[in-house]
Design a protein around this ligand. Sequence first.
Ligand code: FAD
Length: 402
Amino acid sequence: MLSAVSRPYIAASVPVLREHGVTITLCFYRRLFAAHPELKNIFNMPNQESGIQQQALASAIFAYAANIDHPDALAPVISRIAHKHVSLGIKAEHYPIVGKHLLDAIAEVLGAAATPALLAAWSEAYGMLADALIAAERALYQAHGVEPGEYRSVTVVRKQKESETVTSFYLQATDGAVLPSFQPGQYISVAVDVAELSLRQLRQYSLSDAPGNGHWRISVKREEGSPAGLVSNLLHDQYREGDVLWVSPPCGDFVMSTETADTPLVLISAGVGVTPMMSMLQGSLQQHPDRPVNFLYATLDGRHHPLKRELDRLLLQHGRMQSYVAYERPAANDCVPQDYQQQGHLRLATVPDALLPQNAAYFLCGPAPFMHAQHQALLARGVAERQIRQEVFGPSLLGHLQ
Ligand code: FAD
């Protein structure tokens, strides 16, 4: 519990953080990387360049301050961050470094308003968060049987083009050992040396296949934006069958943990957000073949429809599974209803009711506006918040607590 002395200072910081949060986090990262340039190997540097990481951290600190007396609200978020940190190899010794530069940044930006009492309150609040994360991360490292920061080497045993922009990489342990199992929906971090930055960069990729198949599979979308995505393009262009990658243990709490075998599943995804859903779909069909699973998917057109053949094969094999696909701009050779059932963006309001049962567990993954729209549509249909879980393919931290 935060002390009674510190509580009013943290509460009073909420509006200040709302106003100055991004300035503080910009200052924080500048100080951190000046003192510890080696930490650039852990952080996603394009996210620094674009400013998205600073915004995410600012909203995280703000949300933490606003919810500091609500441990129930913080607990699931701490769990999610701990999983991400374990995939990144964060160590307990990183926390005092981050704490020092965060407090220095608050002092620099707020100037005279950063009184010793305010800084002491933030030191206490940061210490509480750090302790909770360190404990959660220690438990995860122990469960995986790895040291913090320990990656394992895997060999690309097969590379398979899945669509215009997505390619799958099938991975096996380089030393011939059996790769650990994982829970459908989890991801690994992949470490790649980026010559143009003279840095190692880490990216997360969801495991896109069921566990127990003798390999791990990731399916990577080539990020074609401007500038082009660093790691995804390197993986597509430079990693071939036989090459070695360094990867983290499987992490993430976007998993089917609380559902029973008779809870229907509804998996709703768009674009490359299909990857954890394919794993969940296959995992569910393997473990509980009688459980109804509805697979809703949105993409541009048939040429941008990864893993379609796999999905079609599963549909033929499993009578309890239903699929519903929206193509935003179908090509001339994309056919209704074989390839897609809805044109334009996926609109749940027009999806048949049978695909969206009231008692189902709902899993969402895709671009942020897509997830926001589906989330709102589900709530409007009377689905409860607790029935909906989401995975964000980018920095999110505590932002949704605000
Ligand atoms: P980056 O180099 O990191 O660039 C990302 C984007 O930022 C690009 O669009 C780029 O154009 C833009 N950008 C770069 N610099 C700037 C700048 N200065 N200003 C403005 N914009 C800029 N991806 C998959 O393909 N498959 C998956 O299964 C998958 N699973 C994920 C699971 C999780 C839990 C998470 C968090 C992410 C997942 N991702 C997945 C996303 C993946 O981790 C990477 O973010 C993605 O591959 C892009 O990485 P990159 O290095 O290619 O791009």
